[in-house]
Design a binder for this molecule. Structure first.
Ligand code: PMP
Length: 438
């Protein structure tokens, strides 16, 4: 990918591309880990679909349908290229990361012997006592689908604990778990590549090596990684990589499951209906090939168009530029936050500065004696939008023994002034509660 040197300065310089700022010029939006803002190019591509095409994909014989299908299918190719995914992978469009994980879980629940040729121990499908290995810091969307199928199949969920001080996965505990699971069928390992609370970027290689040793399926939740750094699936080679477009400048309601074809080919279908069939008979029908087998019904075509435009935009800016910019903002924010009386939930400033931890632009923190919801509300009065709450990571909150944290997250359109606004808002909050409590 060619990086445009002039674009190294992001932040305010690119806000003209984001109509949000025209309508909200005074807002410091620091909640991109929840959902990102959308550039004009993405909105234009959605409008283009509705104004110039507007028809369905795949079934039409007319030219408009052919053109719509071509752009829709090109988006699949673009996503594969963006992820450096080789010919062994296929893209299935889903609504989001959550639906992608549910698709895998529900299909696996139905699988009997289908996956046994590819993964040792899969004869008969999921059985009582089999293991799904995840971690305490997973987003609920990588916990609940496994709990649902655990209730129905008897599989057990084993959690890799976190190190309390940093929120990072506890590698010592993981090594112990490996010994405990020696005689168990670890069927599935599913982990986030980047934590949405601490922003830590994980080296997943030790976990994937373990998965290969145990003959487990390996799933990467890429919801928070794909937006901040170059993904190279050919290098990591997971079985599945799942993510959402709305965290990477794309529209809401569209995401992707990038999976190995040989596995997808064998997996039982998820939803039934139009487009996913080959022939329908009264008793039993036959199913289409991948990716269509997993895409029942008329898809969110305009969102796929927007998804594709978001990738074009990210590639134009360059992911390395974005990551360098975020690093500057994150270090500046952590330095400024350290000057006021806050507690970090995640690695310390020194640990990030020294590269002991690789981290994206996500900083979680708290202020002793002030509830995060009060902090969020008072910041809002100062035009600063941050996220407060459990961030869909209640297990992580429980491990830390807190109900909630504050989370500021930075992306390419944020600037140092946003950080200053955050710090000023926090100072006012501390002052307010100081005066208020006295
Ligand atoms: N995993 C992680 C790490 C996330 O941060 C999120 C969204 N906050 C999800 C999964 C779920 O994404 P979505 O709501 O788009 O399905």
């Amino acid at each position: 990918m060619t990086e445009n040197k002039e674009l190294t300065q992001l932040g305010k310089n690119i806000r003209k591309d984001f109509p949000f700022y025209k309508n909200n010029p005074n807002i410091s939006y620091l909640d991109s880990a929840a959902t990102s803002l959308v550039p004009r190019d993405v909105i234009n591509k959605i409008i283009y679909y509705y104004e110039s095409l507007g028809v369905s994909v795949h079934r039409g014989v007319y030219q408009l349908a052919a053109k719509t299908s071509e752009i829709y299918e090109d988006a699949r190719k673009k996503i594969k290229h963006f992820l450096s995914a080789g010919s062994e992978y296929e893209i299935i469009f889903t609504r989001n990361t959550t639906e992608a994980i549910n698709l895998i879980a529900y299909s696996f629940e139905k699988a009997k012997d289908e996956l046994n040729e590819l993964f040792s121990g899969w004869k008969g499908g999921l059985k009582t006592g089999d293991i799904v290995l995840i971690s305490e810091s997973e987003h609920h969307s990588n916990i609940i689908p496994w709990q649902i199928i655990s209730e129905r199949t008897g599989i057990k969920i084993k959690y890799i604990p976190i190190v309390k001080e940093t929120g990072a996965l506890d590698i010592t505990a993981f090594n112990k778990i490996k010994n405990d699971l020696d005689d168990k069928d670890v069927k599935i390992i599913s982990l986030a590549q980047v934590s949405n609370v601490t922003g830590i970027v994980y080296d997943l290689k030790p976990f994937i090596s373990y998965a290969r040793e145990k003959g487990s399926v390996f799933i990467v939740d890429g919801a928070q990684s794909v937006c901040h750094q170059k993904i190279n699936l050919s290098d990591l080679s997971p079985d599945f990589f799942v993510f959402s477009a709305h965290k990477m400048l794309g529209p809401k309601g569209i995401g992707a499951l990038c999976g190995k074809k040989e596995i997808l080919n064998k997996m039982p279908v998820f939803l039934g209906g139009g487009d996913m069939i080959l022939s329908v008979n009264k008793e039993k029908s036959t199913y289409n090939e991948i990716p269509y087998k997993f895409e029942a019904g008329t898809p969110n075509i305009s969102a796929v168009f927007g998804f594709s435009a978001a990738i074009d935009y990210l590639e134009k800016i360059g992911l390395q530029n974005i990551s360098d910019w975020e690093k500057k903002l994150t270090l500046y924010a952590m330095e400024k936050l350290s000057e006021i009386n806050i507690q970090f939930f995640g690695p310390s400033l020194e640990q990030v500065k020294s590269n002991e931890f690789k981290k994206v632009g996500v900083v979680s923190f708290g202020i002793n004696g002030i509830h995060p919801h009060d902090i969020g509300t008072l910041l809002d009065e100062n035009n600063v939008c941050i996220r407060v709450g459990h961030h869909c990571c209640q297990l992580l909150m429980k491990a830390w023994d807190v109900p909630a944290t504050c989370r500021a997250s930075f992306y390419l359109y944020n600037d140092f002034e946003d950080v200053d606004n955050l710090i000023n808002g926090l100072r006012k909050t501390i002052e307010f509660f100081g005066t208020h409590n006295s």
